[in-house]
Each structure stands twice: as structure tokens, then as C-alpha cells.
Design a protein around this ligand. Structure first.
Ligand code: HPA
Ligand code: ZN
Length: 398
């Protein structure tokens, strides 16, 4: 047995981690690998105790990308309209008899130079306007799900923005059925479990959100929850208090974008007014130590999207991203792609580029993948099965 194979045999819940052999600046100071008791959060089924991750701690740096790419993972923050690649935008425009204000795919791609969230949203909504038929929604979701499988995403909770489509005269049925059919097909054909989360556009009124909810309720069994997205600044979560209360009564799972560009106050109100179970982005939370304590104490997952944050200038460089800080503070952070067709990469690109830029380790990889399953909206048995699969991957990776 070679030295690496021997190190791999050290995986196991009861064994202590192997001695750290790297320079002190490289030592993983995160809570990863420590046993920690987590205060239980009602409505949030994250485990109370984190299992130590002892395998792969001595993994050579050049093997880390392969580990990141191959590990099973869940994606919890992906806007399906943000997975629409320029090639597909052009194809759909052509088959639907629409003319785009761009001469070519390359011309469109050149427009993907964003300065903030709003500069992106303007182009994102324009791109989504080519979606007209149920088949268009199916094809868009299928293309994403194939990419997900290639990146070893085994479970995806997918956002969609119905108001972007119903406002153009596309029916709720067309949107939901096209997406849902693709999710169903992915389960058997790709081995990817996919669920839908309906997002309300926060730049529109709460009344509009209520009308959207009404239109979607005939398809209640085809989506698992609701979220809140679009222009954050000036549209705090509390604007949607009543509609989220109604969704809560209906038994829908609740998430909201907060603290992407907006202040920590928006994260507080997403938690305390909307009662969301996860925060999408949440990277601005580091500005408020009390909020950080609350997020850590209640193990509120943050669905962090590093390449999105880079492209929307939330951080000047990927090396400046605060993912490590979030993990070190004991937060249940996860890695996600947000709008991969616009931000330069799907899940594995987010993992490999962020790890390369920030020096995160194999232990962080394990923790992030584990967090993704623990933060997912599946039952306890399915969570345990996903984590077992993750553990088996780390135990046998060589
Ligand atoms: N933030 C807010 N709204 C969005 C995003 C985002 O990152 N992507 C698509 N809609
Ligand atoms: Zn998002």
C-alpha cells in the first residue's frame, strides 16, 4: 500500500485527524474536523454535530481540483434563467421568430461585463425573453441538468422567476410544466434529483407576488418552496412579509436573497420577518458580528456564489472573497453557481477557482459538500444517504 493509500485508510468517524504537515500559514484553522455542538434550530434540520473529516487532509495541492470536481454535491442556488447560454438564446430566438439586439453569440457575450447586480439583471431579463414555449423551458432546464451531472451535482434546488415570463404573456402552466418535466426526466436519465423553488421579484409589488402565488397554486406539488430575488437595494425583505407568511401557512419552504449587495439589516429581516430557512448569498453578514453569531448558532445555511460575487463586483478579486471567513466563524456556507451562463462557470468552476484563489483545503471541500446536503430540503433519510455517499467518495479517492 503506497503512502497515499495508507492515508486514505485513516478515514473514519472515530479516528483522530492525521498530524498537519504543512507550513503554519497553510494550517486549516476552520472548525472543520472539530466536533461541535450546534444549537438546534426548529424548522431547520441541520445536524447538531459535525462528523470529523479525517480523510484527504494530506492531499497534494495538485490533486485538489480533481477532488473538488469529483465529489458529490448539492446545488442550492441556481437561477434556471441564468443557465441560458448565449447559443441557446440565439437558437430559441430563431425558432420563435424573434430578433435580438445582438449580431452574434460573441456580440452578446461581449455585453456580459457587469458593474453591479442591476447591470446584470437588465441583460438577464432580456435574455430570458426568448423563452416562449413549454419546450423552451424544458430545453433550458435539461441543458443545466446535464451540466450539473457532469459536475457531480447529485441534487439541485432550482430557482425560477415566473413573473419574468407571465408579464410577457407566457402562462404559469407553460413555465412550471416545462421545468418540472425536465426535473422528472433528470431523475431517471441523469441520476440528478431536482426540485423547483419559485422566486418572487422584489422590484415588483407584494400584490404582484400574491397574484403570482395564486397562479402557481394549481401546480403546488411541482415546486417545494419560494424565494426572493432581483434588485436588492431599496427592496428589503419586509416588503414581502404578508406573502411569505401565507407561503409559510401553505407549508412551502422559504428562502430569500439577502446581504448580496444589501446590508446586514436585510439578513436580519429575512430571518426574523420572513422566517426563511436559508439565506441566499449573505456575504455582507460579516459586517455585523451579532448577525454572524446568530447565523452560526442557528446553523442558518448561506448559499454563497463566489463567481457571481466576483462578476458583480461584490469583491474586487476572488482572492478577497470571504468564504473562508464564513466557514471559520462556523457558518453553514455552501458553494453555488447563481447564474452560470453569465458569470463564467458552473459548480465545479466555482469550487476550483475559489479554492485556487483563496487556498481552501480538502477539509473545507468536505465541509462545503456536507453543508450542501445538510442545507438541502430533503428528508433526514435522504440527507443521511447523500452524506454516506460523500463519505464513501472521500474514503476511496486516490
Ligand atoms: N441576485 C438577485 N437576483 C438575481 C440574481 C442574483 O444574484 N440572479 C438572478 N436573479
Ligand atoms: Zn441568486
Amino acid at each position: 500500500m503506497g503512502p497515499r493509500a495508507k492515508a486514505l485508510r485513516t478515514v473514519g468517524r472515530s479516528l483522530p485527524p492525521p498530524p498537519v504537515q504543512r507550513a503554519s500559514s497553510e494550517i486549516n484553522r476552520s472548525p472543520v474536523g472539530e466536533k461541535r455542538n450546534i444549537t438546534e434550530n426548529p424548522g431547520n434540520s441541520l445536524s447538531r454535530t459535525q462528523t470529523p473529516m479525517t480523510a484527504q487532509q494530506n492531499l497534494p495541492a495538485d490533486r485538489l481540483p480533481e477532488l473538488l470536481r469529483g465529489m458529490p454535491k448539492a446545488e442550492l442556488h441556481i437561477h434556471i434563467e441564468g443557465s441560458l447560454e448565449p447559443e441557446l438564446i440565439f437558437q430559441m430566438a430563431q425558432r420563435n421568430g424573434l430578433t435580438l439586439p445582438y449580431a452574434s453569440v460573441d456580440d452578446l457575450r461581449r455585453a456580459y461585463a457587469f458593474t453591479n447586480l442591476q447591470s446584470f439583471l437588465d441583460i438577464y431579463y432580456a435574455g430570458a425573453s426568448v423563452l416562449q414555449t413549454e419546450q423552451d423551458f424544458y430545453d433550458m432546464a435539461w441543458a443545466y441538468l446535464e451540466r450539473a451531472r457532469a459536475d457531480h451535482v447529485v441534487h439541485a434546488e432550482i430557482f425560477f422567476d415566473p413573473q419574468t415570463h407571465t408579464a410577457r404573456g407566457v402562462s404559469m402552466q407553460t413555465v412550471i410544466q416545462g421545468l418540472h418535466r425536465a426535473c422528472e426526466a433528470a431523475r431517471s436519465a441523469l441520476g440528478v434529483q431536482a426540485r423547483l423553488i419559485l422566486c418572487f421579484l422584489r422590484h415588483l409589488s407584494e400584490q404582484d407576488a400574491f397574484e403570482t402565488l395564486e397562479q402557481a397554486l394549481p401546480y403546488r406539488d411541482q415546486f417545494i418552496g419560494v424565494g426572493l430575488d432581483s434588485s436588492e437595494l431599496g427592496h428589503p425583505p419586509e416588503k414581502f412579509a404578508k406573502v411569505f407568511a401565507r407561503c409559510r401557512e401553505l407549508g412551502l419552504r422559504l428562502v430569500a436573497h439577502a446581504g448580496e449587495e444589501g446590508p446586514p439589516a436585510y439578513v436580519w429581516s429575512a430571518l426574523d420577518v420572513l422566517h426563511v430557512e436559508r439565506i441566499d448569498h449573505g456575504v455582507q453578514s460579516v459586517k455585523d458580528p451579532e448577525l454572524m453569531k446568530r447565523l452560526a448558532r442557528d446553523r442558518i445555511p448561506l448559499t454563497v456564489c463566489p463567481l457571481s460575487n466576483l462578476k458583480l463586483c461584490v469583491f474586487p478579486r476572488l482572492a478577497d472573497h470571504n468564504l473562508r471567513q464564513l466557514l471559520d466563524a462556523g457558518l453553514a456556507a455552501t458553494v453555488n453557481s447563481d447564474d452560470p451562463a453569465y458569470f463564467g462557470g458552473y459548480m465545479n468552476a466555482n469550487f476550483t477557482e475559489t479554492f485556487a484563489a483563496t487556498g481552501l483545503t480538502a477539509a473545507h471541500a468536505y465541509q462545503l459538500a456536507r453543508n450542501s446536503f445538510e442545507a438541502s430540503f430533503v428528508d433526514a433519510a435522504a440527507k443521511a444517504a447523500y452524506i454516506e455517499r460523500l463519505d464513501a467518495f472521500f474514503a476511496t479517492f486516490q
